[in-house]
Design a protein around this ligand. Sequence first.
Ligand code: NDP
Length: 293
Amino acid sequence: MTAALIDGKAIAKDLRERISGAVGPLEAALGRKPGLAVVLVGEDPASQVYVRNKAKLTRAVGMESFEHRLAADTPQAEVEALIRQLNEDETVDGILLQLPLPDGLDANAAIALIDPEKDVDGLTEVNAGRIVLGKQGLVPCTPQGSVILAKSHLPDLSGLNAVVIGRSILVGKPLALLLQSENATVTMAHSRTKDLAEVCRSADILCAAVGRPEMVRGDWIKPGATIIDVGINRIEAEDGTAKLVGDVAFDEAKEVAGAITPVPGGVGPMTIACLLRNTLLAAARRAGQPDPQ
Ligand code: NDP
């Protein structure tokens, strides 16, 4: 059997098109474009690529992109002053602090200052608490995108067994909570889990967010399961070039699973699309408008 491919690139493009369609009416209501501010501190090459990409896609859906680039040796107080200023700026609906920050800066202290209504990464304590309480908030982008991909193949997750490997604040924990709110029965596995392969074999939906190249093997997978591979790992290919792989051994898994996300082209594109979605939601909610569909 060969699994169906869950095409994150195409699903993300659809989502961006829907966002783009909702921006016009919201702009008319607000009297300005929704705006996303991205703060990049330092010269980390991967972060620079992400920030450039985010800005490009933000403009492509018709929203305003504000980029703030600070030197790597910027003092904490200056980063925090910028966040306070963006909190007050009425033209800014979403604030994203690109992580990781250079050594010597305290990311948690900076994130804690972001106005929860503009926290489009969903990282503040207020938004984390809202997920736990099942209240409306801004949901972290990667978990949100992962659930959209799972539901593109399995529209009703109710009663299904879901296993999430990884319990990070950014991905694993919120993903487990979101799947639970979709009425899946969720197991959260991590580095201390005993007999991980056996736990994984119980999963109708298996989400891997670990950061270990191709850790999940074909014989860990229940036949027909839906696999969401969040991992992005850079490894050396046989010919010596660099290539990206997920946390799941794709070639083995596709022979057993019912559906699987590729890496690249799976969860990755959804993360940025969901960031744009959160910016749209933040803009609408701040203006007292209904959530655009
Ligand atoms: P973290 O390093 O913060 O968390 C990794 C988690 O995996 C931890 O909970 C850890 O357990 C668990 N883990 C580590 N080793 C094992 C093991 N041998 N068996 C079982 N569990 C293990 O990573 P993130 O959550 O930030 O990211 C996970 C992956 O997702 C990375 O590859 C990252 O690049 C990718 N990612 C992709 C995104 C996208 O847009 N597609 C966005 C964000 C991340 P413990 O808690 O016990 O230490």
